[in-house]
Design a protein around this ligand. Sequence first.
Ligand code: TPP
Ligand code: MG
Length: 316
Amino acid sequence: MVHEKLLEDYGRLVLIRHLEVRLGELFSQGRVPGTAHFCIGQEACAVGAVTTLSPGDLVTSNHRGHGHFLARGADPRYVLAEIMGKATGYCGGRSGSQHMSCPEIGFLGANGLTGGMIPVATGAALSQKLRGTGQIVLCFFGDGATATGAFHEGLNLGAIWELPIVYFCENNGYAMSTSVKENFRVQSVAERVGAYGIPAVQIDGNDYFAVREASEAAAAAARSGKGPVFIEALTWRQCGHSRGDQCEYRSRHEEAEWLARDPLPRMRQALLERGATESELGIAERLSKEEVIAAVEFAEASPEPVPEPVPEASAA
Ligand SMILES: Cc1ncc(C[n+]2csc(CCOP(=O)(O)OP(=O)(O)O)c2C)c(N)n1
Ligand SMILES: [Mg+2]
């Protein structure tokens, strides 16, 4: 019998993966408008980091945010409804995939602007510090975001004000089709961050246990008033950047290497080695898949939002 939290987290990994695979099919059938950025292959980052948080802590995300939101406990029915632009979605169908939020469960929001949530997260951490809440902020972004001014300004303020924040970079090797090798000259994102006086670690982002261990240590340090901690998680998206991307900039060799490091079978195997049974894992997988089926039914049956008239400007 393996610990219940591990089975629950494994179920979330499966839920995130399955929801996005199903979503991809719905897109192909023309049943979802617009586009989306999937986190297929990066699920261990979301689940390993977010599930170490306490209830009052806050999460900020980027354009690839479905996994972060679901890991925080978002209801897959309302997530899918939001992506489909339905009135029952978390933001009434008006945010779509890239700008979902639900502050009530500690999810301040995704953002289509690369690096856009780094200053927001840093400001939220300043608020936590000034109010003495003892709560922290977990701020997700990609390797590409480290090239933005928002990243450098945000990190420096977080450092000099010793804010309770964990900066979590999912380094998936690419910003759209631009490889990290073309994006900066130093060896790693973690090396860049040293210049701000923030302790930084580089970890295997496809290993749920490595992510969890680093995130627990980072959260404890940030909570204890020592200032920010930076995690660079090496990972890889198994899908294209967004719907239309055929990944022509990646070699078949690279694909094979990373597919062999898929976080899902790795966690499954690790759980078996820790005493989980096939039956326990099978139940967790089935429940997650059933949740996705129910979410698709709910979202497709939901109404479109009703356009509201723009309120008339009051006479000055
Ligand atoms: C300010 C800004 N510049 C450029 C873009 C276009 N853009 C969208 S996603 C993306 C790449 C982001 O890469 P990364 O931060 O590594 O995240 P990933 O997509 O790899 O998860 C870019 C440049 C944008 N959305 N916002
Ligand atoms: Mg990237």
